[in-house]
Each structure stands twice: as structure tokens, then as C-alpha cells.
Design a protein around this ligand. Structure first.
Ligand code: ARG
Ligand code: ZN
Length: 876
């Protein structure tokens, strides 16, 4: 909404094939501080698929200073031969096939939006997805125009010894005035969103990978010189990803070289540019001294994700941006499967479900709800969402389950073979599933089109030796979609007897079955000897919100005996949610919950060495956001008091058990394997409970403070160091200020560790953290132009610290609004993403809703298109 004007809307229903194709693109990029020049030589031809034969060429551009246009060797005159309409270049009356050369000036040095070509710490780099290429040169900037790119880069040789682009290097040499050039050729036609360029002075970790068919691929990871020692884990992850994709999906790498560049300034996690991935440093650098175990896991999965895009995204790409989940949902599914094979499958599944349920479900139930394949958007950047990525992955997962492993592999083989080199749709993907399996997935496809989290209500009865389950599905209305049709919902289930053993469900003695629901209401009967405990939605077989009135005994049975990791975790969560509901709404105290919860927790602890990582998940209380989303209207302070009160009380009640875990799991030397990571994770959970009890004055803080200070004095790794710091600071234990100061001093030259340092402070519970956050924004190391730093302070405050963000005096909202306004002038994508933190507005109790609404409404005049779209949704 610029000056009150609504943004233009792009609709899926209006899709038309491109009027012109660009079989060949030669780019010449002359990098010079303050006067970078881009010359594009395009070969264009009319698209036979467009029956209406338009003869007007329309090219996208943005922030370009056009210097010349030459068509088939003739220089065109502005006004007569071409015109600029808004950001577009329009050339009427063009021939059937022709060549076009444009020259533009651009200013990467001033580009703080981090889209197109920009600078980060002295290097040049690019981010083109979704629509950033138009900031580099005039081009049909849409994913269904595939072109063969040849790129020549010129730059000062001293400052930028390294010049990279997509494909294979074909030429390089020196030029006058201490400059040099390099030419790269990408043999695979690609949409311009996969274009990339890097120029800088970078350190390189090199290795090789030999593909299944025996080709040697050079692997090169680049980072700033000081970070060369942080690239080993990414390299190892990359090689394992390459081998895994050959084995599991039959996909080999296709160029002679694969490169990753680490960049400090980056809007998202990473980008799959053909042969030249560009990564946020936070998703590629890893070293035990500076990176937590969670950071190591993230690097592994993001390296895999971007590598897997080479097939699911690059070789087969999207027809239009409405199909974004075609590549993102599928690739998230692929990286989740990779992580499952590299680590504990049960633990990875629970982590993925936890993330979906606690982050995507709220999105799908709030003002930003949209289908996995949206029908319209204002700014496509705003649709790189958890719905498109994570729910999209669940939709692929359901198809893999419906088909079974063998058919699913045959279907993906067919998909890659049939559509190689093409830009296609989600329908094309599902058609391959249908063709191979013979299944009719017409109803299933509603998952792509309908927004909202389906609610699946289950009721049961036991009559005459038969256990009857009645399933009722209902998807609530979402913006623009008042009525929903029933979905195809696969419900994997088992039935447990009184001892927690799975009962045979049919005459073949199978103990697990998948019920495939198609109707709004359906009943299934199982002949079993007595009323069982149902184990429902095993493995989280569909992304639905399950309502079944479990009693406490059933939950204890599931938690103690179920063989399904998700169902065990879900049972634990339900016990915690129930206890917290009794505190938030029921007038009970945290202490009232102890007698019911401690036997359950003790039992998990007793079995903890079977799988410490899983035990850690089972022992983790729901977040304040998760609890708050179950109470209407939302009273964040009441929820905070309940969750922190319960944590402290359980910390006190089970102090001996937590101490045994914390001491027993303490390591003398760092180990990097998964088992050691699981042990550290469980130890951190135990320390968290103890610290909460100490902070609340419910146990003597002294022994814990001594223990944490020991850890901080000689940490084995960053997981331990940061865990100890967080425990001290979040619970305001004696010495927390000194510890923060020492940590900040020790790590002042490591930006990614400093992000953690800022983040720990921004997540200290309590309304006074707003003042603290104000001070952090004024800290000399805070940078508005560095998205990681902005996220570390503002996004964590807004999204992960409800008791501060929702400070009763509205100060958190005012800080939020001021930050949004400031950021919107610097980087609209980041501002819009951050604005989503206001999405719970309508759920808040009226006093808070009023204050948040007032703060956000003030931002609407003059907001960027990105920010305006989000604000309009949140405010209605
Ligand atoms: N395709 C990237 C990925 O792997 C995401 C990049 C999107 N960037 C953006 N600014 N919208 O998920
Ligand atoms: Zn992706």
C-alpha cells in the first residue's frame, strides 16, 4: 500500500505462458565501486505456445539506470522505439526472433534490500529468488523462461581475486589497470532466479566427489579467511548428501564443479543457485567452539536441502511462483528424510512435527493462513512460509506413505525423467504419483488448495467385542475460504491393551493399520477383546489437529509403552498442556500438578539412557506460545506465570533426579557424534529445570551457580557454554551480568556467536526486557543492515519472549513498530517477515489488542508493498 494505494494482486487464474522465450543469455558484469555496469545480450524468440502472438516485448526491471538498448544491431531511441513504464522496459513491434543488448548501471553498494546484486563485508554477491534478477538487468523475470547463461565478470584483481558464477569456468585473464575477468558457462537452461555471481577475496576448502557413474566433481566451499576452520562440517554434509541422493532418489550431480559461498548479509537461510549455492553464514559455518549442536544439525540439513534442489527445483523447476511448494515442499521432505537417515529417525520426526505444530499450525490458524498452493499474492516474498515449506513437505510425505516406498520412488523417477529441463506444476507432480500407483488423488489435491489446519475429532465406543472409532473432520474457515470440503486423511493407528501391547487388528495379525478417511464423518470397527487405548495418527500420518478425549491413564500408557515416537511425545505434551490448563484457567497452582506429573517424569528419566535425545524431547514443557494458543482470549502474562511456575516447581520437586542427570551426563571431552549430542541435550533440559527452581528461589542457587560457573570457565563446546550462560541469565542467577560481560568480550570477533549473545538477552523473560532490548539496539555491535543481528534481537523478542513482547504497558509493541518502520526503509523483506510477529493480535485480550493494533496501524501509510501486505492481513 504505497500512499494508501492497494498493492497490485497476482492471480494463479491469470497465468499465461511467456510471450517471448530467451534461449540464450550473455551477461557482462563490470564491477566498479559506485559505477557497476551490466550488459546483457539476449537471444529472444516468440513463444509458439502463445496463440495470441503479442509483438510487444515486456521486460522486468527494478532500480536499473538504463543506458542503451540495441535490437539486432540497431540502437533504439527512447520514446520512439521503447518506453519505460514504471519499472518495465517495453519495446513494441519486435520481430519473430531477434537479439537484444541492454546496458544498465546499478548500485550494489547502496542495496540494503539484499535482493539482486549487493555487497556484504567487502564482497559482491547476489540473491535472485524470487524476483531479484530484475535488479541486475532487464529480463523476463519469471521461472518459466529458461535460458542458457554465459557470464563474464570484471573486477579489480587485488580486492576481488575470486570471480564466480554458475556452471563451469571457461575463461579467465588479466586486464588493464590491475583488473581481471572470468567467464562461466552454465550448460543447463535455467530460470533467472537461479542466477548467481560472487566476487571477493575468500578462503576455500576444496575436496572432490566421485559420482555413481564415475565422474569427478570438484567441491569448493568459500568463506572469509577467518572462517576457513569452520567449513569441515558443511563439506562432510555435502558429500553425504550427494551420496544419499544417488542412493535414495537415483539423482546424480551434473556439473564438473559444485560451490558454496558463505555470506554474512542474507535475508533467508540459503539459496540453491545452479552450481553456486549462496548461504547465510549461520547455515554453513560450524565449529564445536562456536556452534551449538542445534547449529550443526541446521548446517547439515540446509546443505542437504540446497544440494537436493539441484534436481527438485533446478533440473525440474516451477512454472510460476504459485507452484513454489512443488520445489520447496518436496525438497524439505527430501532433507527431512536425509536427516532421518543420518540421525535418529524417531527424534527427527518429533523435531519436525514439533516445528510444524508449534509454528505452521498457528500460521494456518491466523490472518496469514494461505493454501500450500496460494491462489493469489501481492508480494511473492511473503509466501516463503512455513505453510509452503513445512506443510508442503507433509503433503509430499502423505503421498509417499499412500504409495509405499517402492511406488513412490518409481513416481519420483518418472517425475524427474518426464519433466527434466521443464517448468511445471504441483498437478504434474501428483499426476506422476497417480500414474505409477493407479490411485485417484483428485480429492487428495485439496490439500494443496485449502488453507487451514483440519481438525480431526475422534470418538470411540466398545460394544459387543467391537471397538468403534468415529472420525469427524472439519477445516475451519480461513481468510477468503469460508467453506472447506473434506480431505483425504490417512490415519495410521494401533490399539494398545491394558499392558500397552499392540493388539492384532485383523486375521493376518497386523498390529498397525492406515485408515484413509474421505468423508466428513466415518466410522471404523475393530474386533478386539477389550476396550483398548487408541494410538492415533502414528508417525503424525497427516498434518491435522487431533481431538480425542484421552484420559490420564491412557496418556500414561502411551507414554510408557507406545512403540511410536510421535505418539509418546504427543502423550507427554497432552499431559503438560492439561496441567498448564488447570493452572491458567482452572485456578490450580503449579504445586497442585506435582503429584500427577512427577511419576510420569520419573519414569521417562529412568529410561533416559535408551535414547537421551528422545528423553529430552519428552521432558520439554510446551512453549508459552503453544500454551497461549490454546487459551482465548490470550493473556500472555498469565500463561508465562503458569509455564515458568510449573518449570520451577518441577525443578524443585525432582531436584535430585535433575542433578543426577546433569552430573551424570557431564562430558570431560568434546565428542561430536549423535549420541554425545543427545546426552548434551538431555543435560541442558535438566539444567533448565534446576535453574528455573533456583531463579524462583525454590532451591538454593549456590551449588548450581558454582556448577554453571565451572562450565563457563572451561566449556567443552558452545552447546555447553551457551547453555550455562542462558541458565544464569534467563533466571537472573547470581553472577549473570559478569558472565554475560565475559562471554561478550570473549566472542566479540565472532558475529554468529554474538548473535547468540544478543539473543540470550532478548529472551530473558519479563516485561523489563523491553528496556534491555532498547539498550541492545543501541549497542555498538548492533547493525540494522545485518538480518541475522536484527533477528537475534527483535525477532526473538517478538516471537520467543511473550512476557516481554506483550508487556502490559505496550512498550514491547512500540519497540516492535519502531523497528518495523526503520527496517522497512532498509530491507522490506525482513520488515514484512518480522511483522508476522503481530499475527496473534486478534487473539489478545482487548487491552493488549488495542495497543498492538494502534502501534501497527500507524505504520500503514508509506509502508513498502511487502510490509503493507502483511499489515493489511493482520489488521483486516
Ligand atoms: N529457495 C531458497 C530455499 O532453499 C529460499 C530463497 C528465497 N529467498 C527469498 N528472498 N525469497 O529455500
Ligand atoms: Zn528450498
Amino acid at each position: 500500500m504505497r500512499d494508501g494505494q492497494p498493492n497490485p494482486v497476482t492471480r494463479l487464474a491469470d497465468y499465461q505462458p511467456p510471450a517471448f522465450l530467451v534461449p540464450d543469455t550473455r551477461l557482462d558484469v563490470d564491477l566498479r565501486d559506485g559505477e557497476t555496469r551490466v550488459t546483457a545480450h539476449l537471444k529472444l524468440e516468440r513463444n509458439p505456445a502463445r496463440a495470441d502472438r503479442p509483438d510487444e516485448l515486456v521486460l522486468d526491471g527494478d532500480h536499473l539506470d538504463l543506458r542503451s538498448v540495441v535490437l539486432d544491431g540497431r540502437e533504439l531511441a527512447p520514446g520512439d522505439d521503447y518506453r519505460l513504464e514504471g519499472p518495465r522496459l517495453i519495446i513494441p513491434g519486435v520481430p519473430e526472433a531477434f537479439s537484444l543488448t541492454t546496458e544498465v548501471r546499478i548500485e550494489p553498494e547502496k542495496n540494503t534490500a539484499l535482493e539482486g546484486l549487493y555487497r556484504s563485508n567487502g564482497m559482491y554477491c547476489t540473491q535472485c529468488e524470487a524476483e531479484g534478477f530484475r535488479r541486475i538487468t532487464f529480463f523476463p523475470d519469471r521461472p518459466d523462461v529458461l535460458s542458457r547463461f554465459t557470464t563474464t565478470i570484471h573486477a579489480d584483481k587485488g580486492a576481488y581475486p575470486l570471480l564466480l558464477s554458475n556452471g563451469n569456468p571457461v575463461d579467465a585473464g588479466d586486464e588493464a589497470d590491475g583488473r581481471h575477468f572470468a567467464t562461466w558457462e552454465d550448460p543447463f537452461p535455467k530460470p533467472c532466479y537461479l542466477f548467481a555471481l560472487v566476487a571477493g577475496d575468500l578462503a576455500c576448502l576444496a575436496d572432490t566427489f566421485t559420482t555413481a557413474s564415475g565422474r569427478d566433481v570438484a567441491l569448493r566451499l568459500y568463506a572469509e579467511h577467518r572462517d576457513l576452520d569452520k567449513l569441515d562440517h558443511a563439506m562432510d554434509s555435502l558429500k553425504r548428501s550427494m551420496a544419499w541422493d544417488e542412493k535414495v532418489f537415483g539423482r546424480e550431480y551434473d556439473l564438473d564443479i559444485f560451490q558454496i559461498v558463505a555470506v554474512s548479509h542474507f535475508n533467508m537461510g540459503a539459496m540453491e543457485n545452479k552450481g553456486l549455492n549462496i548461504f547465510n553464514t549461520s547455515c554453513v559455518l560450524a565449529h564445536p567452539a562456536t556452534t551449538t549442536d542445534a547449529g550443526f544439525e541446521r548446517v547439515e540439513s540446509v546443505v542437504a536441502h540446497e544440494y537436493f534442489h539441484n534436481w527438485s527445483g533446478n533440473r525440474v523447476t516451477c512454472r510460476d511462483w504459485f507452484q513454489l511448494s512443488l520445489k520447496e515442499g518436496f525438497t524439505v521432505f527430501r532433507d527431512q528424510e536425509f536427516s532421518s537417515d543420518m540421525n535418529s529417525r524417531a527424534v527427527v520426526r518429533v523435531e519436525n512435527v514439533d516445528f510444524l505444530v508449534n509454528h505452521q499450525f498457528p500460521e494456518d490458524q491466523g490472518p496469514m493462513a494461505h493454501p500450500v498452493r496460494p491462489a493469489e499474492y501481492q508480494k511473492i516474498d511473503n509466501f516463503y512460509t512455513l505453510t509452503v515449506y513445512e506443510k508442503g513437505a507433509e503433503i509430499v510425505r502423505m503421498q509417499s506413505q499412500l504409495l509405499g516406498a517402492e511406488d513412490f520412488r518409481r513416481a519420483t523417477d518418472l517425475y524427474f525423467e518426464r519433466f527434466d529441463g521443464q517448468a511445471v506444476t504441483c498437478d504434474d507432480f501428483v499426476a506422476c504419483m497417480e500414474q505409477v500407483s493407479g490411485l485417484d488423488l483428485a480429492q487428495f489435491k485439496r490439500w494443496y488448495a485449502q488453507a487451514g489446519t483440519p481438525v480431526l475429532t475422534v470418538e470411540d465406543e466398545y460394544v459387543d467385542g467391537e471397538y468403534r472409532l468415529t472420525f469427524e473432520q472439519h477445516t475451519p474457515p480461513t481468510p477468503g475460504q469460508p467453506d472447506k470440503a473434506p480431505l483425504m486423511v490417512p490415519v495410521k493407528l494401533a490399539l494398545l491393551d491394558g499392558e500397552g501391547r499392540a493388539l492384532p487388528l485383523d486375521d493376518q495379525g497386523r498390529k498397525e493399520t492406515v485408515v484413509i478417511l474421505r468423508e466428513a464423518r466415518e466410522t471404523r470397527a475393530f474386533p478386539v477383546p477389550a476396550r483398548p487405548t487408541p494410538s492415533l495418527l502414528r508417525g503424525f500420518s497427516a498434518p491435522v489437529s487431533l481431538r480425542y478425549d484421552f484420559d490420564e491413564r491412557q496418556l500414561n500408557t502411551l507414554l510408557a509403552h507406545d512403540s511410536d515416537g510421535f505418539c509418546r511425545w504427543d502423550a507427554a505434551q497432552r499431559l503438560y498442556f492439561a496441567a498448564l490448563a488447570r493452572v491458567v484457567d482452572g485456578g490450580e497452582t503449579p504445586a497442585d500438578q506435582v503429584a500427577r506429573l512427577t511419576p510420569v517424569i520419573e519414569q521417562v528419566i529412568a529410561r533416559a539412557d535408551e535414547d537421551p535425545a528422545q528423553a529430552a524431547l519428552l521432558l520439554t514443557l510446551p512453549t508459552e506460545n503453544a500454551v497461549g494458543d490454546r487459551h482465548t482470549p490470550l493473556h500472555p502474562q498469565r500463561v508465562h506465570a503458569a509455564v515458568s511456575g510449573l518449570r520451577a516447581t518441577l525443578g524443585e520437586a525432582l531436584a535430585d533426579a535433575w542433578w543426577r542427570l546433569a552430573e551424570g551426563l557431564r562430558e570431560s571431552d568434546y565428542q561430536g557424534d549423535g549420541a554425545a549430542m543427545g546426552r548434551r541435550r538431555l543435560r541442558q533440559v535438566a539444567l533448565g529445570y534446576l535453574a528455573a527452581a533456583a531463579g524462583a528461589g525454590q532451591v538454593d542457587p549456590e551449588p548450581l551457580v558454582a556448577h554453571l560457573s565451572d562450565t563457563l570457565a572451561a566449556p567443552t563446546c558452545m552447546t555447553e557454554e551457551l547453555g550455562a550462560l542462558r541458565a544464569l541469565v534467563h533466571n537472573r542467577l547470581p553472577g549473570h551480568d559478569a558472565a554475560l560481560k565475559a562471554f561478550g568480550e570473549r566472542w566479540k570477533d565472532e558475529p554468529l556467536v554474538m548473535d547468540q549473545w544478543f539473543g540470550v538477552q532478548a529472551t530473558v523473560p519479563g516485561a523489563d526486557t523491553v528496556d534491555r532490548a532498547e539498550a541492545l539496539l543501541a549497542h555498538p555491535a548492533f547493525e540494522w543492515t545485518l538480518p541475522n543481528r536484527v533477528r537475534a534481537v527483535i525477532a526473538t523478542l517478538v516471537n520467543a519472549n511473550p512476557s516481554a513482547f506483550h508487556a502490559p504497558d505496550g512498550s514491547g509493541y512500540r519497540l516492535f513498530a519502531r523497528a518495523l518502520k526503520k527496517l522497512d526503509g532498509i530491507n522490506p523483506q525482513i520488515a514484512a517477515r518480522l511483522a508476522n510477529g503481530g499475527a496473534r493480535l486478534k487473539r489478545l485480550e482487548p487491552g493488549l489488542a488495542q495497543q498492538l493494533g494502534d502501534a501497527l496501524r500507524d505504520l500503514r501509510p508509506g509502508a513498502s508493498a511487502n510490509l503493507a501486505e502483511v499489515l493489511d492481513r493482520i489488521l483486516d
